[in-house]
Ligand binder design. Structure first.
Ligand code: KG4
Ligand code: ZN
Length: 352
């Protein structure tokens, strides 16, 4: 760590289909978290994966291989710094696609060993979790109920302070983002489906009142695969599976589906808020880019007279800024780091 109490770290993210690198500057040790992002570069692979309607892991890995060095160089250039100026290297080492994770992890290990800077293996879900603290982290009121909704996960996390968190419920089958993507495929919309459904839903008029799985159950579990099946049955009933649907018909289904997902998420989240006396609701993950969900949680939080925080749109879907922030919090929380040579990509690394 440099003497000035200011550290700089380079963070790398390659867990799925974005090659991303960010540079963060932060204060350490500190009583309250204080940091700023000096640069953040994301090279998306959406155009490549659109052709196959989803991510083909080996194709993603090859693109990460091609992009990782130029993206790292660009992030350093934008921050006006070189590698030597970094105090730490951070990397997403799980969860995610193993062939994608190893590219970032082994590249970061190389940088760490070559420059003799400590490596901070960082959990991708912790990245989403802490992304909600990107603005004014020192003002966060605990306990926090964190809702993480991504393509691979849907979870409610209870945070007692900056360090202690516990997963209190998750999906038993599909993640919310996965359901958005599958319903989009049923409606023959391009990949990734979430933003497409979101856009179409704004034009919807008829609400088909799709089921709200597990919404009334007194637990914090979610299930979204039945909802996707309800959309399929709706299409079959109206002989619309292979037929060309009008834009309005698709918009009505998109809105009805989105309403059901949002209803379940908001209801379950506020069951937890009430049970644990939370003072803040924090939303994150790719599905947090959904406007209806953002607005509904903001409204419910205002009604409950508690704070609501959600990252800017670009910070919801995968990026390295959130990995830099989560890595900064590992240091802020004085977590012990393992030697670089022991760091391994772990595709099933769950946060607790
Ligand atoms: O967090 P993320 O970028 O990747 C994972 O860690 O999984 O989340 C990607 C997911 C995809 O399923 C995508 O369809 C969904 O987030 N998504 C959205 C929106 N934007 C992205 N879902 C609903 N509405 C959106 N506006
Ligand atoms: Zn993610």
């Amino acid at each position: 760590m440099s003497k000035s109490n200011t550290i700089k770290l380079l963070a790398i993210e390659t867990s799925c289909d974005e090659t991303a690198v960010a540079v963060l500057q932060g204060s350490l040790p500190a009583s309250f978290p204080k940091f700023k992002i000096l640069s953040s570069v994301v090279k998306s692979q959406i155009d490549i994966h659109r052709k196959t309607g989803g991510v083909v892991p080996e194709v993603a890995a090859r693109a990460h291989m091609q992009n990782i060095l130029p993206v790292t160089e660009m992030a350093l250039k934008k921050a006006n710094l070189n590698l030597k100026a970094m105090d730490y290297i951070a990397v997403t080492s799980g969860p995610g696609l193993v062939v994608a994770l190893v590219i970032g992890t082994e590249f970061a290990k190389g940088l760490s060993l070559a420059t003799d800077k400590p490596l901070i293996p960082t959990n991708h879900m912790a990245g989403h979790l802490y992304s909600a603290f990107a603005q004014s982290p020192e003002k966060i009121q605990f306990p926090v109920l964190s809702i993480i909704v991504s393509g691979g996960h849907t979870m409610l996390v209870l945070m007692k302070d900056y360090k202690s968190y516990k997963v209190i419920g998750q999906t038993v089958d599909d993640a919310a983002g996965e359901a958005f993507d599958k319903v989009a495929r049923l409606l023959k919309l391009p990949y990734p489906g979430g933003p497409e459904i979101s856009k179409l839903a704004k034009l919807g008029k008829n609400d088909f009142n799709f089921p709200r799985p597990m919404m009334k159950e007194a637990n914090f579990k979610f299930s979204f695969s039945g909802l996707k099946t309800a959309v399929l049955y709706h299409l079959q009933k109206h002989q619309a599976v292979n037929a060309r649907l009008s834009k309005q018909a698709k918009a009505d289904i998109a809105m009805s589906f989105e309403n059901a997902v949002v209803d379940v998420l908001v209801t379950k989240a506020f069951r937890a808020v009430n049970k644990f006396g939370c003072k803040t609701v924090a939303l994150s993950g790719g599905v947090a880019a959904n406007q209806k969900l953002r607005e509904s949680l903001a409204k419910a939080s205002a009604e409950h007279e508690i704070a609501f925080t959600v990252p800017e749109m670009e910070l919801c879907t995968d990026n390295a800024e959130m990995i830099a922030i989560a890595a900064y919090f590992r240091l802020f929380n004085k977590e012990k780091l393992i030697p670089t040579s022991k760091v391994k990509a772990d595709p099933s690394w769950e946060i607790l």
